[in-house]
Design a binder for this molecule. Sequence first.
Ligand code: ZN
Length: 439
Amino acid sequence: MIRSLAAARPSGDGAGMIDQLRDLEDLKSAAAALQARIAVAFDAEQRSDQSRAGVPADQLGAGIAAQIALARRESPPRGSRLLGLAKALVTEMPRTLAALETGQLNEWRATLLVKETACLSAADRRAVDEELASDAGTFSSAGDRAVVAAARAAAYRRDPRSVTERASHAAAERHVSLRPAPDTMCYLTALLPVAEGVAVHAALTRQADTLRSAGDPRSRGQLMADALVERITGTPGGISGIEIQLIMTDRTLLQGDSEPARLPGYGIVPSGWARNLIKGPGTDDTEFHTFLRRLYTAPGTGDLVAMESRARLFPPGLRRFIQARDNSCRTPFCDAPIRHLDHILPWRTGGTTNQINGAGLCEACNHTKEAPGWSAHPRPGPRHSLELTTPTGHSYHSTAPPLPGAPYPETAAFRHRREPRHLAKSLMRGRPRGAAAAA
Ligand SMILES: [Zn+2]
């Protein structure tokens, strides 16, 4: 089916092409519905396998969503959400599932209906599904907002108390996140209960207004942002006692080369910006302590060289090494930050503590890897590689991301660049005052 689709081309006149677009949309919805049925059947099959293998009842289900994520090329958290969506559709919302199967709802709108009814009991959810009757054409010309409004109204009518319960559930979702913005800026975002969010904003506003009335020339927005950094890090300028790592080639550091650098926790930054950060901010009295640590990469492949240790725990130098090499969780499609350094072959089965047998994993993936039927092995590759095998025997390959200056993608154009490449990693610790930055 996929092959005949890949061979298909736009056909017919304008009206024919519109029909083609509509048919493909129906096909995508029907495929999503079938994926939901498959996910639920797979979950049941894996659970019965696990219980036959003697897995305790409270641990049943471990690693199932992670396998669905790998098969769908999604991150582990998204795999969990997709499995939750599938279970809701198949077991509690048959009419929504039918609407998805027939193309009357697409996967996103079916997801919205599931989300808006998530706080209801199974019985209430079934009643709302029945009331909305989405397979009877209720949403034939409805957009996302109309779908949400209808679902919300039906849910509130069934169970007004769920509104407050939903609010307490929402508070459990509070978190802080960081994502890149253009021009080497970033968004630091906090999702907070409204009272706390308003309190934080009011405190920053108050500080900004005090400084403004004392004649500070900075804008209100700038003062609020500076106050936020200062209060959270405890230091004017904000980088004291906190280590910032910056990975770049020696040519970028010393010869003004334009190869970009990598700031772990943020991503790729321009070379000039990286050099300026090492030189220090210059405008206030914060001084950086700068340490250079040389990382050597293999010519042509960009893989890092090895370090050995007999210890079970990864020593600090090796931890830094693996964190610099892996950048984020090594499970395919998972971009979560590294929380654990994992022995790829477990230490208890003779796995050694070295860079080849070490990998950075997020907390969830580290947990999944311990579930029955999962295994991992280091594999040869141009850069550090490992293979992850799931309980069904499917294998997934993970290669460490390219370091600055490393060939990526692996193309002929890069393969003949064989000159040795040295990477310089600088560690900077900010200090409120004191000696000049040393490199
Ligand atoms: Zn992960």
